[in-house]
Design a protein around this ligand. Structure first.
Ligand code: KIV
Ligand code: NA
Length: 264
């Protein structure tokens, strides 16, 4: 199998072939999503609230994300593995960002990194790219800035459309090879996609982006509760596991497991 490279993504944009991305935090989901032909696997800082039990993405650390990144990288043959720089690990300076990104490449085995922010993050992106690390930018709604942005809100409404476009151009200019656009009004996201040479990957960015990304625990029904509007549920893994766990429990309680065929 041919590994997905940054130039393939650029070629897909040029051909008009949509790019697929899912989060993954462990060996088995990485193997499954890789086999399914998903182009990019993001070891998101969303592991904070999907693996580590936190309420938001803010508390997760580099030291927590690195082993998950390594597990996904080891379990992938084709997909490009994206290390997601967590809150506080790159915003202080380009040097801090570069050194953190290096850890994701060396210790995590990532093939590139993702970081949140637009024009203000251009120096950090440039430093990483000059140091040989491919970068995916992330603009629009950026969850690490939830408190600064005043909660989960669609970005790019009205006058703010100019800001999204300016951020997109700035990260492209700084050397990012792709950009995630989260909760950006669909017409604005489509306009940005037409304007940029690099691929755009939407989450709540409508159907006009070059690709799409979803958090796997949302897409396949592991997480419960109210989902954001941009989530489509493709499977109900939670009820499969719940039914399996209950059947196992009932068997053991009834002494119908293990049977002779499971015994020595
Ligand atoms: O951490 C994450 O899951 C993400 C996606 C929502 C793009 O950054
Ligand atoms: Na993230």
């Amino acid at each position: 199998v041919r590994k997905v490279r940054t130039h393939h993504l650029r070629e897909m944009k040029e051909r008009g072939e949509p790019i697929t991305m899912l989060t993954s935090y462990d060996m088995y989901t990485a193997q499954i999503f890789d086999e399914a032909g998903i182009d990019l696997l993001l070891v998101g800082d969303s592991a904070s609230n999907n693996v580590f039990g936190n309420e938001t993405s803010l508390p997760v650390t580099v030291d927590e994300l690195l082993p998950l990144t390594r597990a996904v990288a080891r379990s992938t043959k084709r997909a490009m593995v994206v290390g997601d720089l967590p809150f506080g690990s790159y915003q202080a300076s380009p040097e801090q960002g570069y050194l953190t990104a290096v850890r994701f490449m060396k210790e995590g085995g990532a093939h590139c990194v993702k970081l949140e922010g637009g024009a203000e993050m251009a120096p950090v992106i440039r430093k990483c790219v000059e140091g040989g690390i491919p970068v995916i930018a992330h603009i629009g709604f950026t969850p690490q800035s939830e408190h600064a942005l005043g909660g989960y809100r669609v970005q790019g409404r009205g006058d703010a459309a100019e800001r999204v476009l300016a951020d997109a151009r700035a990260v492209q200019e700084a050397g990012a090879f792709a950009v995630v656009m989260e909760m950006v009004q669909a017409d604005v996201a489509a306009q940005v996609t037409a304007d940029l040479a690099i691929p755009t990957i939407g989450i709540g960015g409508g159907n006009g982006c070059d690709g799409q990304v979803l958090v796997w625990t949302d897409a396949f029904g592991i997480r419960t509760g109210k989902m954001p509007r941009f989530v489509k549920q493709y499977a109900d893994v939670r009820s499969v596991l719940l039914d399996g766990a209950k059947a196992y429990r009932d068997d053991v309680k009834a002494r119908t497991f293990p049977g002779p065929e499971h015994s020595f």
